[in-house]
Design a protein around this ligand. Structure first.
Ligand code: PMP
Length: 359
């Protein structure tokens, strides 16, 4: 069986051993004679799965019992609206704009008519960096950041030191590194990059914040509703949560976030050093101090025609998903947890050949 090397930004590659476990258990989960897809979310069997996933998320990140772990639907995109709906009380909500994904969140804040302020932005340099963080309010409802920008390939090396609570969109660097949980009010992300298939949004929220919600917010959009129902106020994505639980089991077995981050650092260093070495031919988008360990966006200096050729020839060489996002163009290699060092070596070797032939 040929497995392609999948550099897609998400949904993205899932480790073969996890897929095989899911395959083995597809017809009969733990010899019970049914698939996990066919069982009630109210059953003890599924309870074990969701409780295990919750426990593993807390264990990996070190979130204490002040926090609730939720597995929701509607994508990370629904959170852009759900967050201000639940957490804005009329004080300022601060946003740091690092590109498309924060712009969408800011747009929802605007539509909802809440008191928000964009306190920093890197838009003037086409989002090629994490902007300098100005002095922030001591009394904001929250300060909102996107930990890793999937399109521009920028990532916070550490989170801003805020007096108010942080809200963090970690969709594209979820489960990829350790984080400081101290000041976090809400931490979330779609799982479809490092946590399994699309269709589950992880939300970790400090429980007391759920009480902020205004009386005109519909029940199904209140975090409180889902906290009280253990994420099962409506039928959750049972199969997605099962897959996430398998992914988390593997991650813990392999040494957790510290170990995976070390691997990710090595992979990213290999790829960025190749780009820097061949800087006549390849040009990275992100400034060095803002470079993402997950999404590496770059251009070919000779132009778009060569970028198209690169993507086509990469595919012929068993590497897919390298076309840049439509907002930025160029090439993007997403090197999430499931991409191995050897996979990146294969890409770098292809890049060297391509530059030699076309430079
Ligand atoms: N935030 C970030 C950082 C993302 O990369 C994405 C999607 N790639 C989203 C939010 C939106 O996620 P979804 O499509 O699950 O709504």
């Amino acid at each position: 069986m040929n497995r392609v090397i999948n550099f897609s930004a998400g949904p993205s590659t899932i480790p073969l051993d996890v897929l095989k476990t899911a395959q083995d258990e597809l017809l009969s989960y733990q010899n019970k004679g049914f698939s996990i897809m066919e069982v009630s979310h109210r059953s003890a069997v599924f309870d074990d799965v969701i409780n295990s996933a919750e426990k593993r998320v807390k264990e990996l990140y070190g979130f204490n019992d002040d926090y609730a772990v939720l597995f929701l639907q509607g994508g990370a995109s629904l959170q852009f609206a759900q967050i201000p709906m639940n957490l804005s009380t009329g004080k300022v909500c601060e946003y740091i704009n690092t590109g498309v994904w924060t712009k969408k969140a800011i747009k929802e804040a605007e539509i909802l008519g809440i008191n928000y302020k964009v306190v920093a932005s890197s838009e003037d340099t086409n989002f090629d960096r994490i902007p300098l963080i100005p002095e922030l309010s001591k009394d904001a409802d929250y300060t909102y950041i996107c930990s890793n920008n999937t399109i521009y390939g920028t990532q916070y090396k550490e989170f801003p030191k805020t007096k108010s609570l942080l809200v963090i969109d970690s969709s594209s660097d979820l489960f990829s590194r350790e984080i400081d949980t101290k000041n976090i009010g809400l931490f979330y992300g779609g799982i479809q990059k490092n946590g399994g298939p699309a269709g589950v949004t992880l939300v970790v929220i400090r429980k007391d914040l759920a009480d902020r919600v205004a009386s005109n917010v519909p029940n199904i959009l209140r975090y409180k509703t889902q906290i009280d129902a253990n994420s099962m106020s409506n039928t959750p994505n049972t199969f997605g949560i099962y897959m996430l639980n398998l992914m988390l089991e593997k991650l813990i077995k392999e040494g957790g976030l510290k170990a995976v981050n070390e691997k990710n650092e090595k992979k990213a260093a290999l790829l960025y050093s190749a780009i820097d070495e061949m800087s006549d031919f390849y040009k990275g988008h992100a400034k060095k101090d803002s470079r993402s360990l997950m999404n590496v966006s770059f251009n070919i200096t000779k132009g778009e025609e060569f970028e198209k050729k690169f993507v086509c020839e990469a595919l012929e060489n068993n590497m897919m998903g390298l076309k840049g996002h439509r907002h930025l163009g160029g090439i993007r290699a997403s090197i999430y947890n499931a991409i191995t060092y050897e996979n990146v070596e294969t890409l770098v070797s292809f890049m060297r050949d391509f530059a030699k032939k076309n430079g």
